[in-house]
Design a protein around this ligand. Structure first.
Ligand code: TXA
Ligand code: MG
Length: 332
């Protein structure tokens, strides 16, 4: 039986003991819910791959309660220090070289000489990791290849009995996975866009930061980014300017100029066929609602989900990247 529990201090202690004993615990972060295991314990980490049905070549992010918890395991160079100081706790994951004495299980980094690390900005996540006193490997708490969970209910729907303890921390504030930044190549490269943009990072480092546009299935720099991620069950149609009968609408901003193809108003759509990510056109609100709204519209009675255009600025880049994947478009 899966237990979804309020994260009282007692429950956090219990969850921390479960982590130390090699069990899995799902917990909230500011981005999405994570499925955690002791990153130093190969057997525990193996349970994550089994529960998610995740390919073993796709490495995991290691979470610390603070940067000091991560220092024995990865090398913080000058850039990493600057970014950790200004952006942690927060939705930035850095790919760094592992130290010689790293205790991280090889499975965590899928045999790579590098590891992905971050300090989440959520009190429950940090209290849990601090109490467990071990770094915690945690991918998003969903089956591999499906939408990331932003509520405890999503975690349970996706993983079922594969996780026995879920710490419930309400809906995630940001709602999109962290920005993944590779600091092991000659210049910093964003492998996965998120709430922290390349521009934010460039301002702090005083050098250019590029989005990786060269990843191919043959040469993945972030293995997770070339998998068929974030796919809802229904097909997704992007940049919609109208709605076909039978489609559901994922709206953004005012819908005054949207109509039904062949005549009619979208007010004729049933309430279950429309979700507005942000009537005010606020990109942060849209990001926070994106995965919930896609899940809500992903029902058999809809032949497709039509999505209005969303500006490609700031966090809008990350929203568009997730939507392109959901639509099965090549993301380059
Ligand atoms: O917001 C988040 O990052 C959430 C929360 C739970 O922290 N976690 C998350 O983990 O999204 P996951 O496993 O779903 O995504 C991790 C991404 C994958 O694309 C993976 O390939 C990449 O990070 N990654 C991990 N280690 C890597 C490494 N050493 N080199 C390149 N990419 C790496
Ligand atoms: Mg994931």
């Amino acid at each position: 039986m899966t237990q979804i529990v309020f994260p009282s201090p007692d429950m956090i202690q219990r969850a921390a003991s479960a982590l130390r004993a090699g069990e899995l615990v799902a917990f909230p972060t500011e981005t999405v819910y994570g499925l955690g295991a002791n990153a130093l314990d190969g057997k525990a980490v193996a349970k994550i791959f089994a529960a998610k049905g995740r390919p073993r070549f796709n490495p995991l992010i290691v979470h610390g309660a603070d940067a000091d918890m991560l220092r024995p395991h990865v090398v913080f160079d000058k850039r990493a220090e600057i970014l950790a100081n200004s952006l942690w706790p927060g939705p930035l994951t850095m790919i760094l070289q592992k130290t010689k004495k790293t205790g991280l299980s090889d499975l965590v980094s899928a045999g790579l000489p590098t590891a992905a690390v971050r300090v989440p900005d959520h009190p429950v996540a940090r209290d849990l990791i601090r109490s467990a006193a071990v770094p915690v490997a945690a991918p998003s708490a969903n089956k591999s290849g499906t939408l990331s969970p932003t509520t405890p209910a999503h975690v349970h729907e996706s993983l079922g009995e594969a996780v026995s303890l879920i710490l419930a921390g309400g809906p995630c504030r940001i709602g999109l996975e962290s920005t993944v930044l590779d600091l092991t190549s000659p210049f910093p490269l964003v492998l996965r866009p998120g709430a922290i943009t390349a521009e934010n990072i460039a301002d702090l480092l005083g050098e250019q930061v590029a989005y990786d546009t060269l990843q191919t299935p043959e040469a993945p720099r972030s293995p997770g980014q070339v998998l068929g991620h974030y796919r809802p069950g229904r097909p997704v149609r992007l940049r919609a300017v109208d709605v076909e009968r039978g489609e559901a609408l994922l709206a953004f901003g005012p819908t005054t100029f949207m109509g039904l193809r062949g005549g009619g108003k979208i007010s004729e759509l049933p309430g279950t066929a429309i979700q507005n990510l942000s009537e005010a056109g606020d990109l942060y609100e849209a990001a926070a609602r994106l995965f919930s709204a896609l899940r809500f519209l992903d029902r058999p009675e809809h032949k497709r989900i039509a999505v209005m255009d969303i500006p490609r600025t700031g966090i809008g880049l990350a929203i568009n990247e997730r939507l392109s994947r959901a639509a099965g478009e090549d993301v380059v």
